[in-house]
Write a protein of this length. Sequence first.
Length: 288
Amino acid sequence: MESLIIKACLNGIRGRDVAAGVPWNPREVADEAKRCADAGASIVHFHARTTDGGISYDPNWYAEADRLIREETDLILNHTTVRTADVPIESVLLSLSETPDPVDMIALNPGYLVLHLQRPGAARKTLVIPNSYADIQAILQVCAQRGIAIEPTALDTGFLSGVAMLVEDGLLATPRYILLEFGGAFGDGFQIMPGNERSYRYLTECTQEVFPEALWMAHGIEDSVFCIARLAIEDGAHVRVGFEDCATLEDGRVARSNADFVQWAVEHGRANGRAPASASEARTTLIS
């Protein structure tokens, strides 16, 4: 069977008011990572969180989570470089440079992301996730020094053009794969491509045009998660699933664990003649 690489995104900024199983501390993240590995994931992506669920960039948090996961699995570990506008780039750089052992891979946005978020009963709030050219240069320099692999992301064709720019400027090697990220629906306030088949087809065709040798991994958020995952599985591409992107399973039940989403991907992969890739296979395909 053809291999399917499954990445589990363990927490993001998801709150426990929506899903009680979202892991926040390093021990919880490591336990979730082990469950996902057992279910068929080969990569785990996670964000440092504070004790009350806030956003953290603490290198000690990452060091502890990495150590615990590596003690029990051979998963590829994938950290974030996302930060809010009030957080200096130095906080991200420290989270990458100050861990005893470097993380395997980081996700890199090649530009700014703007989200107009809505909460029940409240006005929309604008969230800006910055990444200037100088910020990107600094991130890539630390990663080059520590041997950290880069996962470039494309949330629309503008981001894909940003990846191409970094390659042309010599800051980034021609990518072996790209993470294609989709939103929910038109009007949801996310300034990224909506998670439907037309958007998926267009962005994947553009990716193939710009980087004909590159693989891609795709994911949606909230209601588009399962639509995008199905398209990627059927296309021979790879998938990301987990609490960062959605709290509920396809039948509407709140997931108990990220492993529930991984199991869904495994089942749908097998139905399309694809078996979950081992972490070793994923390393060979995406990194080494």
